[in-house]
Design a protein around this ligand. Sequence first.
Ligand SMILES: Nc1ncnc2c1ncn2[C@@H]1O[C@H](COP(=O)(O)OP(=O)(O)OP(=O)(O)O)[C@@H](O)[C@H]1O
Ligand SMILES: [Mg+2]
Length: 297
Amino acid sequence: MTDPLLDVRGLKTSFETGQGTLTAVDGISFTIESGEVFGVVGESGSGKSVTALSVMRLLDDAGTVEADAVRFDGTDLLSLTESEMRSIRGGEISMIFQDPMTSLNPVMTIGEQIAEVVRHHGDAGERAGFWSEMTRKYVTGTSTDSHSWQRAVELLETVGIPEPEKRATEYPHQLSGGMRQRVVIAQALAGDPSLIIADEPTTALDVSIEAQILNELLELSDEFGISVLLITHDLGVVRETCDRVAVMYASEFMETGHVDDIFEDPHHPYTKGCSRASPESTTTASGSASSRGRFRT
Ligand SMILES: Nc1ncnc2c1ncn2[C@@H]1O[C@H](COP(=O)(O)OP(=O)(O)OP(=O)(O)O)[C@@H](O)[C@H]1O
Ligand SMILES: [Mg+2]
């Protein structure tokens, strides 16, 4: 058997707060196989985002992360230097957050931002040092003839942005929320990742485009063989899209397993409660996004 792509064992994350130590993630373990869509579902405050941020080592100094192992593709992420970790982020592992504006720079064109990721993580064959990037950013812009720019345009097209050449020259505020999240997906693909961690990637969007964007993300992952760690409140989304799921409650994983098994035959009282409130009973024939069961309304 081949090793899993991501292997997390005994992850524990705590914060020092005014009221003492808060354990936000308490000894969770999971694996994600190559090409798999793994869901983490749970109520607000259960520790889903902290789990993702701990794996990516993106927590500020307040957080203490301990684990028996956080291995990605055989590499122990916890033992990497910050600069080694930086080259993994946005490269082999990329992250998509709920609010696209967290990931987009408001004063750079979207083409510029994607091209920058292509130069840093791909093999564009263009200079990507500090001064070269500064010159591009403030003086020349990325040449539209360059490989990185053309790849940026291609990626915008891949995620379904119409008129990608023109859109590439626009700024984030000129795009709709749905289009911005597509840009973020393009940016996440630009580093040629093998894992995308998506933390509620569509909850900030209108329900009418939510399903569309999520499908886009999952189809692309499937096409390019990218594994996805999908964090969501939405049980309908989990049922429709994930291979396996972990149900998180109060800093712990209550149950982990194949989606069908977990929802057909839940063992933990918490999951049983979720299943009763879940979409089977409420979803309309069309399965519209608005009818999905949610933890938080
Ligand atoms: N930087 C931090 N400092 C202190 N406590 C934090 C920090 N980040 C998160 N927490 C706490 O950790 C717990 C888990 O938070 P987390 O953001 O992971 O929840 P979540 O499951 O992602 O919730 P939501 O569904 O609302 O996004 C919460 O009690 C939160 O207040
Ligand atoms: Mg969260």
